[in-house]
Design a protein around this ligand. Structure first.
Ligand SMILES: Cc1ncc(COP(=O)(O)O)c(C=O)c1O
Length: 421
């Protein structure tokens, strides 16, 4: 039975409990949208203030050599540590969408693989749009989009059959954005290799909550954002990993000066740098990178093993509450039940999903505001961020959901109103 004293006991035993104090929190609010935009670390405010007041305000142009030029390299090293690869295999900057465009463009041009572009219906729309755009640009025909006819679990047999019959360049989200389905990365990489294919892994929903070892899983290319569980702040830069062996046969389609072999020689002709730095293009967003560094430092200090363990524990606890109190009230679980097939958010649905989501966000005098998010057609996503989500938070969410249904308070919201959250 789910109860408050068990939740409190689990919180007391939590080895990561102190990390919650590193973040800003609103009073009387439970934030479960860290899978979309992570919370603000307290240190970020100090770091940005120092960057603005001293580095930009006083040191001005001198700050490039004193601090800023090293920043993306430092970040590459830290993300490399997180993903278990060398710093020479990671470059920081741009957005995930731009990174995907660059790397797809480079792979198509390289002709190292068949130019059939493929993905599945669980992938995030921006990835599908970028694939479609490049298929048009290079006249490659339609993107091969595998459709599992549902949005919770990938049919791995169908996916593998597809790779076998239709080798090419695949793009998959390691953890899917709606249901949090987690693909078996190594198994699929090996399968792709056997059939002359390559998988570009989008790690946006996985980094910071799933133990990822890009070397052990024999991954070749990965991209991802840093503003979800990595707490880098809104629009913080993406990362791109390219396996060392592949790097010098791939060319950045955006030949900016930061990817030049010698950017400060100001030569008239472009010469790509050796290695992954050729995937840099223009001047980096220093403020965003400073914020990004605080986020990755926190994840490294907590340790991925601990983060994953806590995420699994929190979701197990949450699920026990869902099964005990919410399934009888008409809720359905829209995420994989097996831990090894799931990332760090849990999706639920109900006939009145959107209205329930609004009632959670609104709160009421005796109940906290609870911030999940809604994804059509009926997914209420609860992001479990192990750096700051507590067992007590999740206990309160279960009780509040039960109350919203029993009191019918969700009926205050008209389903036909504005559905955009
Ligand atoms: C899997 C995935 N890829 C990409 C993005 C967005 O990328 P960008 O940073 O380019 O907006 C998201 C955003 O939620 C995402 O979930």
């Amino acid at each position: 039975m789910i109860d408050l004293s068990t939740a409190k006991k689990f919180d007391q035993e939590d080895v990561l409990a102190d990390f919650r104090n590193h973040f800003e929190h609103n009073p009387n609010e439970i934030y479960l949208d860290g899978n979309s935009l992570g919370k603000l670390p307290k240190k970020t405010q100090k770091v940005l203030q120092e960057t603005i007041q001293n580095q930009w305000g006083k040191r001005l142009i001198r700050s490039w050599n004193e601090t800023w030029l090293d920043l993306p390299l430092r970040l590459a090293k830290k993300y490399g540590t997180l993903l278990k690869v060398r710093k020479e295999e990671v470059v920081i900057g741009e957005s995930t969408s731009v990174r995907l465009y660059q790397i797809l463009h480079a792979l198509i041009k390289s002709q190292a693989f068949s130019n059939q572009l493929c993905s599945d219906n669980l992938n995030f729309p921006t990835d599908l749009y970028v694939l479609q755009g490049l298929a048009n640009e290079f006249n490659l025909g339609r993107v091969n989009l595998i459709n599992y006819n549902q949005e919770i679990i990938a049919d791995l047999d169908l996916l593998k059959k597809n790779v076998q019959n239709c080798p090419g360049i695949y793009c998959l989200s390691l953890v899917t954005y709606k249901s949090a389905f987690l693909y078996p990365m190594k198994e699929l990489n090996l399968w792709a290799k056997k059939y002359n294919s390559i998988i570009i892994w989008d790690l946006s929903h996985a980094v910071g909550v799933v133990e990822i070892d890009l070397k052990e899983t024999q991954s070749k290319i990965a991209i991802g954002c840093s503003y979800k569980y990595m707490n880098g702040g809104p629009g913080s830069p993406a990362f791109l990993f390219i396996e060392k062996k592949l790097q010098n046969q791939l060319y950045n389609p955006i030949q900016g000066w930061f990817g030049h072999k010698n950017p400060f020689a100001f030569e008239p002709n472009y010469k790509p740098n050796i290695g992954i730095i050729r995937f840099a293009s223009g001047t980096m967003p220093v403020l965003s990178m400073q914020a990004m560094e605080v986020g990755v430092d926190l994840a490294l200090a907590a340790g991925l093993k601990n983060l994953r363990k806590k995420s699994v524990g929190l979701i197990r606890f949450f699920l026990s509450g869902v099964e005990e109190k919410l399934i009888p009230l008409g809720f359905k679980i829209q995420s994989p039940l097996k831990e090894n097939l799931r990332g760090s958010h849990l999706a639920l649905s109900h006939n009145a999903s959107w209205q329930i989501c609004q009632a959670l966000i609104e709160g009421e005098s005796k109940s906290p505001k609870i911030i999940p998010d809604f994804r059509p057609p009926h997914f209420i996503r609860f992001g479990i961020a192990p750096l700051y989500t507590s067992y007590e938070d999740l206990y309160r969410v279960i009780i509040r959901l039960e109350e919203i249904i029993l009191m019918k308070s969700y009926l205050m919201f008209d389903e036909n109103k504005n559905k955009v959250t």
